[in-house]
Design a protein. Structure first.
Length: 399
């Protein structure tokens, strides 16, 4: 028997092999064609609440995207028979009612639609008015607060222990929206929403000032650090109308230490006590700044030491300010008091006052980019006798 394949068998084998290659290639093409992904749709409407007849409503698809980079088209239906195109559109409703607005975003192979209900009230419908009750504390030493409409709170720690070398005090801010009003006797406010950090996007929707951090007509904002804040209250009434208002909140701080001893200059170097305090300096954009205004640090101590045995007997303490922890290699010295003479520091016949005031410019120049930073100050004794510090204070002023 001839064991060589017949010619027609060779042709069948070649045809089958070619067909397998073709199907394999086509499968790859089909897989490539089917890998296209649908676009992501973002639909925003402003105002977001109820509108009135004749109001202009802005529609936006900004933020919509296609993962494959395909070009997108945007088609709008406003629910009253009118339509529009483009990434943004505007529309005026001329009658009352509930309308379903629809955005359809189309890519090469997909069309994805999203809807939003628009409530339109009468042109003369009453609207609510949002209002925040403000209050201002006197300073820790009883000084009157500055004029203006804002919330000002002081944290006063007047009897700090010598072991308390790091300031970590917080306070509670009372939030009160009770002065807000509904439009008339037939309407009432149903919701009070507080955004306590209008510069931070807490809910991740791309908008920083629409987060709901607290609710209620009156509530407490706890664990608030010294700093400057902008809060926002949004009220909603039973018709769906909304109104909002912002207010500044300033939290100042004063800590006081009394009657402690700082070691003399010895074999291990000058006597040094280090204090740590929080500061905020961050400019978010041209119209919003959250920044420390002043840090005032003062040490009061006797001009002369009672039991001196070496040197002149004159006490002298200096302050050195740093923009961070001294264990951090990036920390820099900002300023010190060594350029003052002893006479410059005499605050009365018996005492010396070593005082250092840090201003906004210094914080701007030495800011490492963080929003809240822990900075340090050293109280240093270069003399060869111990010194008794009668009082030591750190004041953080944001307003």
């Amino acid at each position: 028997m001839d064991k060589h394949p017949l010619p027609f068998m060779r042709r069948a084998t070649v045809l089958l092999t070619a067909s397998l290659f073709l199907f394999t290639a086509l499968a790859g093409c089909l897989e490539t064609l089917s890998s296209d992904s649908p676009p992501t749709v973002t639909m925003n409407v402003s105002p977001s609440g109820t509108v009135k007849v004749g109001d202009t409503v802005q529609f936006s698809a900004t933020g919509s995207s296609d993962p494959d980079g395909d070009p997108l088209s945007f088609n709008w239906k406003f629910g009253d028979g009118d339509v529009g195109t483009g990434q943004t559109a505007s529309h005026v409703y001329n009658s009352q009612g509930a309308f379903t607005a629809e955005l359809c975003v189309s890519s090469t192979d997909f069309e994805i639609c999203e809807e939003r209900e628009i409530i339109v009230a009468a042109a003369d419908a009453a609207e609510p008015t949002a209002s925040i009750v403000t209050y201002k504390d006197s300073s820790c030493q009883g000084d009157d607060p500055p004029s203006g409409t804002f919330i000002l709170a002081w944290i006063c720690e007047e009897e700090m222990d010598t072991s308390d070398e790091s300031i970590d005090a917080t306070t509670t801010i009372q939030l009160d929206g009770s002065d807000s009003s509904a439009g008339d006797a037939s309407t009432y406010i149903t919701d009070y929403s507080w955004d306590l950090d209008t510069y931070i996007d807490s809910d991740g929707d791309g908008v920083t000032d629409n987060d709901v951090d607290q609710t209620g007509e009156a509530t407490e904002w706890t664990n608030v650090w010294p700093g400057e804040y902008i809060i926002k209250l949004t009220v909603t009434d039973n018709q769906g109308f909304t109104d909002w208002i912002e207010a500044h909140v300033f939290v100042n701080y004063r800590g006081a230490w009394a009657e402690f001893t700082i070691d003399s200059n010895g074999t291990s170097g000058p006597g040094t006590v280090t204090f740590e305090y929080p500061v905020v300096y961050q400019k978010q954009h041209s119209s919003q700044t959250h920044s420390i205004r002043y840090v005032t640090i003062e040490a009061v101590y006797p001009q002369e030491d009672d039991d001196w045995a070496v040197g002149s007997g004159q006490n002298r303490l200096d302050l050195y300010a740093y923009n961070g922890s001294q264990s951090d290699s990036d920390t820099e010295e900002m300023v010190n008091t060594t350029h003052f003479t002893d006479e410059d520091m005499n605050c009365d016949d018996d005492n010396r006052c070593t005082e250092l005031t840090l201003r906004t410019t210094q914080f701007r120049n030495f800011n490492d980019g963080d929003f809240t930073m822990l900075w340090t100050v050293d109280l240093v004794n270069e003399k060869f006798t111990d010194a008794t510090v009668k009082s030591f204070t750190i004041t953080l002023e944001y307003k």
